[in-house]
Design a protein around this ligand. Structure first.
Ligand code: HEM
Length: 542
């Protein structure tokens, strides 16, 4: 009898182990293929934190396809996804079931407060509803003259700098820094009706604060610290984020303090103007107006309003300046493309003059086919935000547009993703997905946008511009994308019409670094911060 009992007990234990093992296996993503990690402790995080943006992701995409399992700290599994249908599910169909990871949210809250970028679920829905009216198409188009005045200011400064050189012909300068200053001044005025003076000698503290900000808050150790933060209890993190001193933490807190100081004064002024019936066109005035028409349950609190200002200022300028910097970099590397873009601009300029109009309107720029193709191609190859991170809030089945081969050689039509799975979405990899963009997806080729029915061939509808994920997609897509497109088109047209851009010798060593925002830097000069030196001269006129 006692023997029977022990056999029974052993069988029971074995059965429990098998059930637990099966359950664990069913709840894991170990069936997904991916690269082997060299280190148990660091997984692939050291590899991801070194080298250039996308190097590792593109290599994995090439080897394993659009779904890859890789290792985070202590060899815990993490997913990288760039399959179009899966992204549609994660960003549209079930967006609130894939919240942002804790590290991103803690960082954003420390930097801005409880803003749209940080909020999730119903809070996000409420905030976005109040903010949307300020970001519509007519509202963005109405800001065109503001952008025009800012780029004219930059052009005057660059012309003076060229005149002051010994030969008076050209200047080699860090265009990245100048574009950052110009887009900061543009967002200050367009979004808040506030002059930051970032392009001028007597810049405000806020104008100065952004110099090298992105690199200071995103050191190469970011993937590792993010992984630790993801596994640390929130109360501990709150203490750390509030009190820990390091360059990154200090700069995040400085950002919030400075922006909120200005925000408080500006909101007061806008509320007063609204009460007096004086309505301005900047985003904050529209936001204050939209907020005042909401019921108290839906309205943004004062702290939320300041936080929204803070995220708009941050999200709205570095993204735009980096997009412009990479676009000019492509023009400098491809003089034939630069000549063709300029030729098209000049021909249209002649037509505009012939019809007696004083200057380009936004509609004129939008109807330049090659200019538009170039801009989209640049945004495809160089999304300012290279990637996003999400976490599965519950067990989920995610559809795929292409079946994947699992570790046992079986084809899978969908992904079974357990609750808690961390997901990395490299937008830059989707933008180069060969099943969407063709075998030449890694080549810079504006012509692809000029093919008839180009967008219909791209399958699953994603993104807000040309099926690109550059502005993300769906429920949490970039709220400022129309604003950004108006500014990008205005700046790029005026710059290419006025100047010739050439690769300066030193820029042969340009590297792209960063996952959240992809910035240029020179190899071996990381300590000098972001740099993109280029030689700029006045473009010849026939
Ligand atoms: C080329 C320029 C820009 C690019 C590439 C870009 C890209 C993005 C991306 C990828 C996201 C999604 C982030 C995520 O889900 O984690 C996003 C969100 C956001 N962007 Fe932009 N952005 C640009 C310009 C702007 C501008 C000009 C503004 C404001 C005027 C802005 C404000 C925001 C805000 C507030 C969000 C959060 C939206 C939400 O969660 O509902 N962005 N942007």
């Amino acid at each position: 009898m006692s023997v029977d009992l022990s056999i029974l007990a052993a069988a029971l234990v074995a059965a429990v182990v098998v059930v637990l093992y099966r359950r664990q296996k069913a709840r894991s993503i170990s069936y997904i293929r991916g690269p082997k990690a060299d280190s148990f402790v660091f997984g692939h995080l050291r590899e991801l934190g070194s080298g250039c943006t996308g190097d590792v992701h593109f290599k994995w995409q090439d080897e394993f396809g659009s779904v890859v399992r890789y290792k985070s700290i202590f060899s815990m599994d993490k997913l990288m996804i760039c399959d179009p249908k899966a992204l549609q599910y994660i960003f549209h169909t079930s967006a609130y079931n894939f919240p942002k990871q804790r590290a991103t949210r803690m960082m954003v809250k420390t930097m801005n407060g409880p803003d749209l970028f940080w909020s999730e679920g119903d809070m996000h829905k409420r905030q976005r509803k109040v903010m949307l009216p300020a970001f519509g198409a007519p509202e963005a188009r109405a800001l065109f003259p503001v952008f025009k005045s800012k780029i004219e200011h930059l052009i005057t400064l660059w012309k003076d700098m060229i005149n002051d050189t010994s030969d008076g012909n050209s200047i080699t300068m860090n265009i990245h820094e100048w574009l950052g200053r110009a887009t900061l001044d543009a967002i200050g005025e367009a979004a808040f009706g506030y002059k930051l003076g970032a392009m001028d000698e007597d810049s405000t503290d806020l104008g100065k604060m952004y110099r090298n900000f992105v690199m200071d808050i995103s050191p190469p150790s970011r993937p590792f610290t993010d992984a630790i933060i993801q596994r640390t209890p929130t109360p501990v993190l709150e203490v750390l984020f509030d009190h820990l001193h390091s360059k990154g933490f200090d700069r995040l807190r400085e950002h919030k303090t400075l922006v909120h100081q200005v925000a408080r004064q500006l909101v007061e002024t806008k509320v007063k103007a609204l009460e007096e019936g004086k309505m301005e066109k900047d985003v904050l005035s529209l936001l204050v107006k939209a907020n005042s028409s909401m019921t108290s349950k839906h309205r943004l609190t004062e702290e939320e309003l300041y936080a929204e200002m803070s995220i708009i200022l941050f999200a709205g300028h570095d993204t735009t300046s980096n997009t412009l910097a990479w676009a000019l970099w492509e023009l400098a590397k491809h003089p034939e493309i630069q000549d063709r873009v300029r030729k098209e601009i000049r021909e249209r300029e002649a037509d505009i003059r012939a019809r007696g109009a004083p200057e380009f309107t936004l509609a004129d720029i939008e109807s330049l086919p090659y200019f538009q193709a170039f801009l989209k191609e640049s945004m495809r190859m160089h999304p300012a935000v290279f990637g996003l991170s999400r976490v599965a809030a519950k067990d989920t089945i995610v559809p795929l547009s292409q079946p994947i081969l699992d570790t046992s050689g079986r084809l899978r039509q969908e992904l079974i993703i357990p609750k808690g799975t961390e997901i990395s979405v490299p937008l830059g990899c989707y933008n180069r997905e060969k099943t969407v963009w063709g075998d030449d997806a890694h080549s810079f080729n504006p012509e692809r946008w000029m093919q008839p029915n180009a967008s219909e061939k791209r399958g699953t509808a994603l993104g807000v511009v040309g099926n690109l994920m550059t502005f993300s997609s769906g429920t949490r897509s970039c709220i400022g994308w129309r604003f950004a497109m108006t500014e990008l088109q205005c700046f790029l047209l005026e710059l290419v019409n006025t100047f010739q851009f050439r690769v300066a010798h030193r820029t042969l060593d340009v590297q792209k670094v960063g996952y959240g925002i992809a910035v240029p830097r020179l190899r071996g000069e990381g300590d000098k911060g972001t740099q993109l030196p280029m030689t700029v001269s006045i473009a010849d006129r026939d």
